[in-house]
Design a protein around this ligand. Structure first.
Ligand SMILES: [Zn+2]
Length: 185
């Protein structure tokens, strides 16, 4: 499971602790809020505060982290949009073509973009509630189940998006939970 909280990086010791507690592989990551939209970095080596979209991608690329463009064509979820996505093609990012919280229309547009540009595809549950975890998931073709090997295979684009969109009931629960949290804040 990749944990990609908004602008909050799970450090290595926390991800190892969680792996032990949950009995599953936990891949650290972050969903960055850039001025151009959202960007996922798996296995980040540093904080990315204050970097532009391209600056963050370039740095992550150089440091061997994995860059995923989540829900790229969905403006309602802060997708970066087609022109920004095109500008990142030289960095061979993975494209999230199945986001469980996004409308099928936007997922189809993301799939067309990935296919047209021969970019690898992934799926993500984008879960904000436990109920939605795993609705969409990525099958990784890795020679071993060792975390380093799995991360390497993801970076190499040996990935297949699978799963389904989150149910309307769970999405409604997510919206209510987020509103309640905001009111409490
Ligand atoms: Zn997002």
């Amino acid at each position: 499971m990749a944990i990609t909280d908004h602008d909050l990086i799970l450090n290595e010791s926390d991800s190892q602790r969680l792996s032990g507690e949950l009995g599953i592989m936990v891949i650290p990551g972050v969903e960055l809020t850039t001025t151009a939209g959202h960007l996922i970095i798996l296995n980040p080596k540093r904080r990315f505060n204050g970097l532009s979209l391209e600056g963050a991608v370039k740095t992550a690329h150089q440091e061997g982290s994995t860059v995923i463009i989540p829900h790229p064509m969905d403006p309602l979820s802060h997708g970066i949009g087609i022109s920004e996505a095109r500008s990142l093609i030289p960095y061979s990012p993975l494209i999230e073509t199945l986001n469980a919280s996004t409308l099928s229309y936007y997922n189809s547009k993301a799939t067309s973009f990935a296919l047209r540009n021969s970019l690898p595809m992934v799926a993500g549950s984008d879960a904000h509630l436990a109920d939605a975890v795993g609705d969409a998931y990525t099958v990784v073709d890795s020679p071993s189940s060792d975390p380093a090997s799995v991360i390497l295979s993801i970076s190499a684009g040996k990935t297949m998006p699978r799963g389904k969109r989150t149910s309307a009931v769970t999405l409604a629960k997510t919206v209510c939970t987020r509103l309640i949290r905001r009111v409490r804040c």
